[in-house]
Design a protein around this ligand. Structure first.
Ligand SMILES: Cc1cc2nc3c(=O)[nH]c(=O)nc-3n(C[C@H](O)[C@H](O)[C@H](O)COP(=O)(O)OP(=O)(O)OC[C@H]3O[C@@H](n4cnc5c(N)ncnc54)[C@H](O)[C@@H]3O)c2cc1C
Length: 465
């Protein structure tokens, strides 16, 4: 652990206890924030994990998020809205409408045309499906020992309030029909789905606050230039340490626009989970039957990660079909990691937050193409074991980016040639600038990435404090 040794004011005092009670705040920010041990950019799942862990360790933390709050409790999962369980179609529509096209000008066939960002406070963490399996051993970055991965995963599971998905009639029939399927670990405590606000309920969050540029002096970030996107007022935020957890696309964009990490592979090693998809019809079920959520974990015999749930936001259904009887099958696979797969930034155009929008240079190798074909065959076989395909849900490969799992763009590693940060998320060559998010995952994986990113964030917080 590095602790705070050698870090200015923090060196003298260690992490200070927050001077006031910190509660999530919604509305227009009043004064510039100038007195934090750690300023965190982004209140998605990963920003919330970092904020919670650092606040628990006594740090004065401020979180800046450019997004707009959708709920009275800023950053709560939209599934916790009372209307959501009553009307799953409404939730599907909400998710679709809030996923905005990330890129401009890329050829849809060769690039990641389906990649999305959201402009909501809480990021994808207010929209996600909450399926949180651990990485299997062969997917884990070997720079962290297996025992430590287990400990970090456990802590991340506590913070995300993970439990096995409840058993109901549909869940049981899916699991008995499909060999290898098991209840999914989900971020749901039985009452509330986990979004950022559920992870870090007592942390100060400044909404509508877009960080446009990090100001650097030597190997330290000394301030962040921010704009209140509701009023267009600029503010400068200072802190002893900065953590950027702005998502797999916007974190590298902020580094790029700040001129930080120019010699590092920022935005390179772009990785996604190629995805094959199908939908099958389930039998009728009793009232109150909990929605099924199952996984088929990756293994030597099954080099894919399968997720099965009743969520059809990716695929409009025919009128009259009950969404809760439609099981979506998502089959992910791992690709080869290549430096040439990358995000390309230019000064313009910018997104709503004022960051450069990327274009994607992203292609599949022959090896990747073979695995994509295998994935389609695997999801087809799995669907047939469960039931009949819905007419609009025949097995198919989805466009790159559809997984919503952008990885590798700010990867951890052992040197500044092949990675952007060290194993603790500290940017190479910088003393007080840390990163968080799925962009840090450097290995070939097929498993949903958010728990692993949260585990790495726990490690970062422990290192910082
Ligand atoms: C529909 C859907 C379902 C999913 N289901 C799963 C699943 O079941 N399991 C799984 O593991 N993953 C799932 N994912 C992916 C998962 O949601 C993401 O991996 C995870 O939420 C990423 O968290 P994050 O905090 O790194 O980034 P984000 O969620 O992107 O959050 C980044 C935050 O930073 C803020 N921000 C960005 N730029 C700035 C700036 N310049 N200044 C200030 N703030 C800024 C944003 O407003 C946002 O709140 C799903 C995603 C979607 C869309």
């Amino acid at each position: 652990m590095r602790g705070f040794a050698g870090r200015g004011r923090a060196r003298r005092s260690g992490i200070r206890r927050a001077a006031r009670t910190l509660t999530p705040r919604v509305g227009r920010q009043r004064k510039p924030v100038t007195d934090a041990d750690v300023a965190i950019v982004g209140f998605g799942i990963i920003g919330a994990v970092l904020a919670r862990c650092l606040a628990d360790r006594g740090a004065a933390v401020v979180v800046l998020d450019a997004g707009s709050p959708m709920t009275s409790r800023a950053g709560s999962h939209l599934r916790n809205l009372p209307i959501s369980p009553a009307d799953p179609g409404y939730l599907n529509d909400l998710v679709s409408v809030h996923l905005r096209r990330a890129t401009v000008g890329s050829a849809p066939t060769s690039a990641m045309a389906a990649a999305r960002t959201t402009n909501l406070l809480g990021g994808m963490g207010v929209l996600w499906n909450c399926v949180v399996p651990r990485l299997v051993t062969q997917e884990r970055w070997p720079g962290i020992a297996d025992g430590e991965w287990d400990r970090l995963h456990r802590r991340a599971e506590d913070l995300l309030r993970v439990a096995p998905s409840p058993t109901g009639q549909r869940q049981s029939s899916v699991i008995s029909a499909l060999g290898g399927a098991e209840p999914a670990p989900i971020a749901f405590d039985g009452l509330q789905w986990t979004g950022p606000a559920e992870i870090a309920p007592d942390v100060e969050v400044v909404p509508h606050r877009a960080v446009r540029k990090l100001i650097r002096r030597g190997d330290r970030v000394i301030a962040a230039e921010t704009v209140d996107i509701a009023t267009s007022k600029p503010h400068t935020v200072t802190a002893d340490n900065f953590v950027i957890a702005a998502g797999g696309l916007r974190t590298p964009a902020l580094l790029w626009t700040s001129g930080i990490g120019r010699g590092l592979p920022v935005g390179h090693y772009l990785t996604d989970h190629p995805l094959s998809y199908a939908q099958v019809m389930l039998d009728d079920f009793p009232a109150g039957d909990p929605d099924p959520v199952a996984i088929v974990p990756m293994s030597d015999d099954h080099p894919f990660h399968g997720v099965l749930l009743t969520d059809s936001h990716g695929s409009p259904l025919l009128e009259g079909i009950d969404e809760r009887r439609v099981l979506s099958l998502y089959w992910y696979t791992a690709t080869e990691q290549r430096r040439d797969n990358r995000l390309v930034f230019t000064e313009a155009p910018t997104d709503l937050f004022g960051l450069p929008r990327p274009t994607f240079e992203y292609t599949f190798t022959a090896h990747d193409e073979a695995k994509r074909a295998d994935t389609l065959a695997a999801v087809t076989a799995a669907g047939k074991q469960i039931g009949a395909f819905v007419p609009t849900g025949k097995p198919r490969r989805l466009t790159a980016g559809n997984s919503m799992h952008v990885m590798g763009t700010t990867r951890i590693g052992t040197d500044g040639i092949d990675s952007v940060t060290d194993g603790y998320g500290l940017v190479w060559g910088m003393e007080n600038l840390y990163l968080g998010g799925t962009g840090l995952i450097p290995t070939a994986t097929a498993t949903n990435p958010t728990l692993a990113a949260a585990a790495i964030a726990v490690r970062t917080a422990e290192h910082l404090g």
